[in-house]
Design a protein around this ligand. Sequence first.
Ligand code: GLC
Length: 430
Amino acid sequence: MTQEPRTAQFSQDRFGMFIHFGPYSVAGRHEWVRNHEELDVEQYQKYVDHFDADLFDARAIAATAKNAGCRYAVLTTKHHDGYCLWDSALTDYTSQAYFGRDLVREYVDALREAGLHVGLYYSLLDWHHPDYTIDPQHPLRNRPDVAELNAAKDWGTYREYLHGQVRELLTNYGQIDYLFFDFTNSSEIGGLKGKTAKDWDAESLLAMCRELQPGMVINDRTGIPADVTTPEQYQPVSPVIRDGKAVTWEACQTINGSWGYHRDNLDHKPADLLVRMLVDSVAKGGNLILNVGPNGRGEIAPHDAQTFAQIGEWMRLHSASVYGCGPAGFAEPNGAIYTRSRGGLGNRIYVHVTTWPFHHLHLPGLAGKISFARLLNDGSEVQISAIQEDESHDSLSPIAPPPGTATLTLPLQRPDVLLPVVELTLEEGN
Ligand code: GLC
């Protein structure tokens, strides 16, 4: 698969960490708390006042990402609440003004030091800016005086602010590898109009991004096509194809359904499920970005840190099946997910065995095509056989796998890892 140079690195990386952090982390009950509880700016202010990020250590977060095997990260520079984690000259609603720290600077420096690619998230929505009109997603949507409130707003002023802030982020922090805009929803609900790409002036916003950071990957949530599409909290059922071409995509997933720290939500996805989701994404030609919401003081909660560490232990032994890999192009048997390396490591298929079978795993269409097979966790050989048609005899014929099937003989004991992987080296020409 050939790719645009801009997205080639992004697709090599395959695994990233999303970081949602802001005053909502102090509320500790979802990053949409202002919307869910219909809080106005004053009611939200207690979270802003108590947000001091005293334990936010960008290096520690970068280390957690790196040890998990992530190759990039994305930080919420501003979420829908409008609070900015950088020293913006365009507002005082910033970490710099409140407690004297530019968290975006700390983050960008720490990521570069750790050798990770740098991503920034920027919310197009802004529930704090006085000229941001009240739409169906706005915390004040149910106020009886919405019409009067909206009539007093000057949308052009907000649009200028939004473009100006993106310009700051793309000018003052060196090379940015990925910009994640969020989001466009044009539906009209209860007489309130949603926003469209036109409202953001997405065309000129993107043109500015291209001019300031020509190599940067941009998602398509401004409402116009860009480099990457970002399905949220679900796994696509197949590779994403548009107009006959494979689309670059990234599944955005959470550990517990919330992006911002949610203290009482213990609906944690186990690490083995998250590894399967990562592999499922790669097998369909996509990336996975897994979120963490640092707590109200800026630290990754122990349970989440442990989940990332478990994934890291799996990645330590199995990352060859992830980095730079994509769809394999062979039909998978039940209980297995294939990925295939596309460059560096050559012609290899990685068989992720999701359901450990009794001794044998039958791989359709691969007979005679594999020169060597081994388990990735310990490098030990897995023996391959192919049952020839003329070899079938009474005791086998009713149940023998169809011709062309390669059969792996697996140990009875499932390797004690989150997801066992058999690496197949293919014969030349396959
Ligand atoms: C959304 C949500 C949001 C989250 C994001 C991540 O659209 O509004 O809170 O930041 O997706 O993909």
